[in-house]
Ligand binder design. Structure first.
Ligand code: SF4
Ligand code: SF4
Length: 103
């Protein structure tokens, strides 16, 4: 039986399409300086709290990346890699903590 729209392979494809479309994200280094707000030609950036936000209309012009003084705007791929590295480091620390308690 074919799954309804929004489920199964259809859902996976649409998720992939959204991820590919959202080319850049803003990380925690954002100081809310506002430099990036007016340079995006399609208005993908908005004021957020505690940091500015790029919505899923972003399509990779990268004008915003150039003006950010603290390099807070990074490709989504890099954000995912940073998160994976942080999780791996946290797991390593937890493992070492458990190991030191055994002795
Ligand atoms: S990468 Fe381009 S489309 Fe995306 S927020 Fe920056 S300027 Fe706008
Ligand atoms: S230019 Fe950089 S630091 Fe300034 S608001 Fe945009 S993302 Fe944040």
């Amino acid at each position: 039986m074919k799954p309804p729209p929004g489920f199964g392979a259809d859902s996976a494809r649409s998720t992939t399409a959204r991820v590919e479309q959202m080319a850049y994200v803003i990380n925690d280094r954002c100081t809310q300086c506002g430099e990036c707000l007016d340079v995006c030609p399609i208005g993908s950036i908005s004021v957020g709290d505690p940091k500015y936000v790029i919505d899923d209309t972003c399509c990779d012009f990268a004008e915003c990346v150039v003006v950010c003084p603290v390099e807070a705007i990074i490709p989504l791929d890099a954000m995912i890699e940073e998160a994976d590295a942080t999780r791996a480091a946290a797991s390593l620390v937890a493992d070492e903590g458990r190991g030191s308690g055994v002795a």
